[in-house]
Design a protein around this ligand. Structure first.
Ligand code: ADP
Length: 442
């Protein structure tokens, strides 16, 4: 169906974005406008000269001839100047208004635009066109804005229209802003409520955890106390059994048959092993319960004392590399650690050979590493990590031991805030190390 321009006012849409163009065209045609389109300023000028439209709706940002230039050209042409020009703008800057006034634009539509608003503007401009032609006055005004001079030649009504549309746009923007602020406030309030709710949930959880931990600590403490007193109380009857078996063997051994004497000896040995086990468990329990206060310890003196006091170390060849730097330690705990390491180095010497042990200490970054090295049977790689766990032993059924010694060393070092480790090679020997904080030299 042909569109009659007398009934359907023709609108020239000048827009470089094909999507925007198509959208505007569709919307305007739906509302009874005869729409022509131009992709840029140059195409628009050609189209206007070919047949002047009732109104030009132009985007501002376009390559080469932008919306302002296009408007200026229309308004400077006596034949075309009565065609109203509406500019589509984001209105980010007051200069847009001045530039609009300066180029003689009739109205601004602020992007993103509201469809009803755009249509009402179009209708208003087209129906006021006649009125405006009568009301012409060529009043030129020069204004100064942001340090620049602008010459405004638009007519009074045109200026008013433009300013009103700007004002209306600004009001719309501010209303949108108020709505956005309200939405933001509501979102904030709900977020705050959620945070409050989650915080109190977390507080409750923490509270419960603290209580659970306290009760767990209490239970562990009770268990420790129980195992300590049990081990302690077991020692007396065990020692009595051991003593009676020994007395029996010494005083009445002659009257017993060889097999009975052998069995009696097995009882004495087993009771001795059990006694050592109880002693180790007691040492470990004591370590857990003792207050560990650190003090500067002279390693040279401590090692000398240990070697003098442990008869089993007599048979070993022990070389100390002195002087060693002082460390921060708990005297009893450190004595226990070094004693256990030395005992093991002797115990796990190669069968039939004397134990060769070297002990030295190296300062390292605020710590001192104490090293106990032997040339014994060594420990297979796959077993190295588990020997620090209670009762873990490696191929040592023939040797005396309870499997608690290194567990005590690990716990004591932990409690003194240190670290420990091991390097070992099967049949070559082992090197155990303990790192403790260095003590300040006096
Ligand atoms: P125990 O010596 O009473 O068996 P430990 O906890 O002291 O218990 O040691 C655990 C195991 O680690 C030992 O049984 C042994 O297999 C191994 N081990 C410890 N020290 C050495 C060492 N210096 N050389 C070889 N093996 C060792």
């Amino acid at each position: 169906m042909a569109i009659d321009p007398s009934i359907h006012p023709s609108v020239l849409v000048v827009e470089d974005s094909p999507t925007q163009r198509a959208m505007l065209q569709h919307m305007l045609e739906e509302h009874g406008y005869a729409v022509r389109i131009a992709a840029d300023g140059a195409e628009a000028i050609k189209s206007i000269h070919a047949a002047p439209p009732a109104l030009v709706l132009a985007d501002i940002v376009m390559p080469e001839i932008n919306g302002y230039d296009l408007c200026r050209r229309i308004k400077r042409d006596d034949q075309l100047k009565d065609i109203p020009v509406i500019l589509l703008t984001a209105l980010d800057n007051p200069r847009d208004v001045i530039a609009g006034l300066e180029c003689g634009a009739d109205n601004f539509i602020i992007k993103p635009f509201d469809q009803d608003y755009l249509l009402s503007r179009l209708e208003y401009i087209i129906s006021n066109r006649k009125l405006r032609e009568r009301d012409r006055s060529d009043l030129g005004v020069e204004i100064l804005f942001a340090g620049e001079r602008y010459l405004i030649n638009s007519e009074r009504r045109q200026i008013l229209d433009l300013l009103l549309s700007t004002y209306e746009g600004a009001v719309r923007k501010s209303n949108e802003l108020v709505l956005a602020q309200k939405a933001l406030k509501a979102a904030n309030a709900s977020l705050e409520a959620k945070v409050r709710e989650r915080t109190s949930e977390l507080e409750r959880e923490i509270d419960e955890r603290v209580k659970a931990e306290a009760s767990l600590r209490e239970t562990v403490g009770e268990l420790e106390a129980f195992s300590y007193s049990l081990s302690h109380d077991m020692r007396a009857p065990l020692r009595a059994m051991m003593s009676f078996a020994q007395i029996l063997s010494l005083d009445h051994g002659e009257q017993l048959q060889a097999e009975a004497r052998e069995l009696l000896q097995k009882i004495v040995n087993a009771a001795g092993r059990l006694d050592r086990l109880i002693q180790d468990v007691l040492t470990y329990s004591r370590l857990l319960r003792t207050e560990i206060d650190l003090e500067p310890i002279c390693l040279d003196t401590l090692l000398e004392q240990i070697i003098q006091e442990r008869p089993n170390l007599d048979q070993a060849d022990i070389q100390l590399r002195r002087p060693m730097p002082p460390v921060m330690a708990h005297p009893a705990a450190l004595t226990q650690c070094i004693t256990n390491l030395l005992d093991n180095a002797v115990k796990f010497a190669k069968p039939g050979q004397q134990a060769h042990i070297r002990v030295w200490a190296e300062p390292m970054d605020g710590f001192v590493r104490i090293i106990v090295e032997d040339q014994g049977i060594g420990i297979p790689r796959e077993s190295q990590s588990r020997i620090f766990t209670m009762f873990e032993r490696v191929n040592s059924s023939q040797r005396e031991g309870t499997g608690i010694g290194l567990t005590i060393v690990r716990k004591a070092v932990e409690r003194m805030g240190g670290r420990l480790g091991l390097e070992s090679e099967l049949d070559r020997g082992s090197r155990f190390w303990i790192e403790l904080r260095k003590a300040k030299a006096k």
